[in-house]
Write a protein that binds this ligand. Structure first.
Ligand SMILES: [Zn+2]
Length: 130
């Protein structure tokens, strides 16, 4: 089930914001109170497939939402997360935004290295960006 159903109004949500290009609503399985999503209205799983003007709308709304959450929840910080490709749940690009507090227990797990940290790694990416 994709969140496209929410865009098409086939599934209900706690809507926060909607424009021609984007929507924002509460996450159905929140990490904590205030956890919400911002999505484009086009079905794409990866940031490199989303037109820049839509990403801009998403970032502009993120800024307003962070200000709102900061005022409402007296938070210590916030996290904005986005998983792409195979790691994008339901294959539809979305930003998670949620309040953060000191010692809130949120974290991420990842394999320990060794990983190479060198100019060689940076150059691989730099060369692709040229
Ligand atoms: Zn979709």
């Amino acid at each position: 089930m994709c969140i496209c159903k929410i865009i098409k109004k086939e599934k209900e949500c706690y809507l926060i914001y909607e424009s021609d290009t984007i929507m924002s609503f509460l996450d159905v399985d929140p990490i904590n109170e205030g956890h919400l999503l911002i999505i484009p209205k086009i079905h794409q799983s990866s940031i490199d497939k989303i037109p820049l003007f839509i990403l801009n709308d998403m970032i502009e709304l993120s800024q307003k939402i962070v200000s709102a959450l900061t005022q409402i929840y007296k938070l210590d910080g916030y996290s904005i997360m986005q998983n792409g490709g195979d790691f994008c749940e339901f294959g539809h690009f979305h930003l998670h935004i949620f309040p953060r507090y000191q010692d809130d227990g949120f974290g991420w797990t990842y394999p320990q290295g060794p990983f190479e940290y060198s100019m060689n790694v940076a150059n691989k990416i730099i060369n692709y960006l040229k």
